[in-house]
Design a binder for this molecule. Sequence first.
Ligand SMILES: [Zn+2]
Length: 588
Amino acid sequence: MAYIVKKRIGKTDYFYLRESKREGKKVKSVFLGYLGKNRKEAIEKMKEFKNKEENEDKQNIQKIKNTKLGIDSMDNKDKQERKEEKKEKRETELTIDELASFCRKKGFVYASGEIYGGLSGFWDFGHLGAELKNNIKKQWWDFHVQQREDIAGIDGSIITNPEVWKASGHVASFSDVSVRCKKCKKYNKVDKQELEAARCGFCGGELDKNSAKDLSLMFKTQVGPVEEESILAYLRPETAQLIFADFKQVAENARLKLPFGIAQIGKAFRNEISPRDFIFRCREFEQMEIEYFIHPDKKSECPYFKEIENFELNIYSEEMQKKGKEPERMKIKDAVKKGIIKLEWHAYWLALETKWFIEIGAKPENFRMRQHLSEERSHYATDTWDLQYKFPFGWQELEGIADRGIFDLSQHEKFSGKDLKLFDEETKKKVLPMVVAEPSLGVERAFMVFLLDAYEYDEKRQNVVLRLNPRLAPVKAAIFPIVKVDEKLVKMSREVYEDLRKELNVSYDESGSVGRRYSRNDEAGTPYCITFDEESLKSKDCTIRNRDDTKQIRVKVSELKDILRKLINSEIKFEKAGKLVETRMKEN
Ligand SMILES: [Zn+2]
């Protein structure tokens, strides 16, 4: 909800339109626009803002209607434009509700405890969803931990000593403030620091400061053998703090030398006031997070920068935003050279995180790096960037890249009374490392990104094709006999299925027409369908059908497992993996 904020600089008041937004453990307000120098003018401008947004919505609806109506007397150019518009429309057509209903129908995600009406902000992952989620986590862990020398992983507990949350500041300040409007009586969610100046986001009226209530976002629970003697504990609201609390032990045990990172994947819980947008904002979610530590005197040296300096990103700098310009695509080394991204470390993490998404199937055009405006930055950060994705409900943050300084480690030193400094071989001095970047990603958000970018309705096939990267696909291959009445064929298919499933998540499917089976697997994102026909019995071979282009190759059963392995890891091109065959039957 947007609201007006007053800032006094010298003797002049300046009014801004802001919106509350959660970022890590803090509630931040996001700058939406400048509203002028007096309250009346500001309220008018805020209305203009809203009208503008509504008008844009209306125009878009009209555009879609026009496309649907069509006009007969179009010349070729118009037709071409219409075609492109249609293409554009189809790709952006999927609303968040449609995604949710697709997920429910196919068994990716359901409302938790749906037979009892569900519970807002909680979701269950079905047989395909659980596989996809596991695959995303595995890919993330392989890329960030297994394949790197400088990052070690941990798995901390969900409930820990509550002192951890006192040190981190969560007990004192991890809350939202709700305030009631004196005029329209509606509740507003307001940033604590801006409570004094804030006005009602619905009507611009005065807020009743006496009604202001802190709502802690932490779920409380108790630990102990009997209720009376139990202590108050919390479900962790983020995974980061256990990385800090365990920091010294991990650094020593894993013999890490600065710069290094500690990674963790795990559940976190936040009692959000308004969970929304399907699984975008949940009350129970999973984080994949790294705290990356460096020597505080070596903030400007990133030894890995060269590896990725030519990677291209859509950069949306503070200047571009303030001048109303579009994001610009550029190599990160140029962004650093031009001083747009101030720290090589930030450029490195921005590029690396995007690379991870792109390499496993996300579309580069749906990502951009947005720089925080100087007025929205934390006081200790040199520069802050968000990795954003174009969701159906607009550009939203996926990860934030900022330097957090030594805040967390020094807090834990203070509260625990333990020395968390590391010995620096070079200077022979003890040093408290600083966090230069904290790449933190919600598994559920990544889940949405991969589904949205993979989802496509195929006009020719008349069904949805979920073009998930084979490494992410829940089921790697579906195996079926072309007819189920042929006992020998069924036996052969079953044997191959039993063998493959020892290593890969594969399914066996003999019900319905072959076309129906293909479309069912297209919709589940299964990259390969393996069929056995009469010829298979004689030649001990089978066909593999490629989900993305429906091409088919013929391969020997004895080579099947190895070929599948290579296909899944993109080690060979599909056409090169076997003998390309004419598709004998029409798929529909
Ligand atoms: Zn109001």
